[in-house]
Design a protein around this ligand. Structure first.
Ligand code: ZN
Length: 405
């Protein structure tokens, strides 16, 4: 196997196996060839952990990739046409013997003008800051003694525009420090690590995560009583009904319960922490926003004095319907205090949604403590939703079902 490709597969499998670094099909990795002519990069449709010699990558000509981002005429197109054009041009830049229709990551541009080996991940430990109101200041304090200062990238719509913005920021940084940045914190999005070898990149990644974690806290589950089968079945039925009433869809409801989930709902402000909208493009794409908090506020009593079930399907259906009315996608994750996390949707995708939601619990808990949660605003959400495959990717001949934002 080509040496550069084997390096890419190795680092992709290592980082892809760790849900604290990346959830679902998200994130992307790349390694450039020694002669600087080509770049191997993750392709859409395969998760990092599943990349192998046959699947999950493409090889592109670097000069072709750079010419796309530098093309001023592309920036002038409307969003929809622009992103479709970029995907087509990226496919044209491919120079390999891959026969599948997998296209290179839409975030290929972020990689093109950085060092030889680039990791783009969505680590919860970084997002706790990148999704906090004063996250930038906190990160600056944390990394102030670093020889090479991390670069802060204010939130930008993913895809071409983010690539363009990073190109500009990297060039300014280089003018100022005489070097390209090695660590880039992407507000409400994630992390970029850039290094001249895979091992240096992995080392730097570990160092950055360790530093970030040092000021964060994982809430404790303590002695939580696991839910009874009866309570689980009741909540499942209740959410199933509510989801059907609001959307007309018979969704499979999956149940998850573990210490991280219980630890989250035990916090006094847990309900409040779930109020801000989606924090990142990932949370919006996979989970349609934060998990909906169900029950547990005030335990109502029936007239006979017996506790009324916390899960009220009429009330949940009403909340889902009002999301739909506001042109939002209805929640698919529901946190029922004392019972667990419920996910509405195909069984195959449910564990991925759980991963995203659990990561969000950690981010929200810590961003809340760090001075407040910062979520995607309305325009930012609209861009991600519009950009999302339902409207956009299906139009592409090679339509794929995985995201790698
Ligand atoms: Zn991303």
């Amino acid at each position: 196997m080509d040496k550069t490709l084997s390096q890419l597969i190795r680092i992709s499998n290592i980082v892809g196996k760790d849900p604290s670094l990346i959830q679902g099909g998200g994130g992307n990795t790349s390694v450039k060839t020694k002669d600087g002519k080509y770049m191997y990069i993750k392709a859409s449709g395969t998760a990092l952990r599943d990349m192998n010699e046959q699947n999950g990558w493409r090889r592109l000509r670097l000069d072709s990739v750079l010419s796309i981002i530098k093309d001023k005429s592309i920036a002038q197109l409307d969003t929809y046409t622009r992103e479709a054009e970029v995907v087509n041009r990226l496919l044209l830049a491919c120079d390999d013997e891959v026969t599948s229709s997998a296209r290179p990551s839409v975030e290929t541009h972020l990689h093109a003008f950085l060092d030889k080996c680039v990791l783009h991940l969505h680590p919860a430990a970084v997002l706790a800051y990148a999704c906090a109101k004063n996250g930038q200041t906190e990160l600056e304090k944390l990394f102030k003694n670093e020889k090479l200062q991390p670069l802060w990238v204010p939130y930008t719509d993913p895809g071409f525009m983010l690539g363009k913005r990073i190109m500009k920021l990297v060039s300014n940084y280089q003018n100022h420090f005489g070097k390209k940045p090695a660590t880039l914190f992407l507000q409400k999005h994630g992390l970029l690590i850039s290094a001249n070898s895979p091992d240096v990149a992995l080392q730097l990644l570990r160092r950055v995560i360790k530093r970030c974690i040092s000021k964060l806290r994982q809430p404790r589950a303590g002695k939580t009583k696991p839910p009874t089968q009866q309570a689980i079945a009741r909540a499942k039925l209740c959410i199933h009904r509510a989801f059907f009433e609001a959307t007309g869809q018979y969704a499979t409801i999956s149940h998850f319960y573990n210490d991280a989930i219980a630890a989250f709902w035990r916090q006094r402000d847990a309900r409040k922490m779930l109020l801000p909208a989606a924090l990142t493009p990932d949370e919006l794409l996979y989970a349609n926003g934060p998990a909906m908090w169900v029950g547990g506020a005030k335990r109502k009593k029936s007239r006979l004095g017996t506790p009324v079930d916390d899960c009220d399907s009429k009330e949940i259906a009403g909340r889902l319907a009002s999301q739909i009315k506001k042109a939002k996608k209805p929640s698919v994750a529901f946190l029922v205090k004392g019972v667990g996390l419920f996910v509405a949707g195909k069984e195959k995708i449910a564990p991925t949604i759980r991963e995203v939601v659990e990561s969000s619990f950690f981010i929200r808990t810590n961003a809340f403590r760090l001075g407040g949660i910062l979520s995607l605003n309305k325009e930012e959400q609209e861009f991600v939703n519009q950009w999302e495959p339902d409207a956009f990717r299906k139009k592409l001949a090679n339509g794929s079902s995985e995201d790698e934002l």
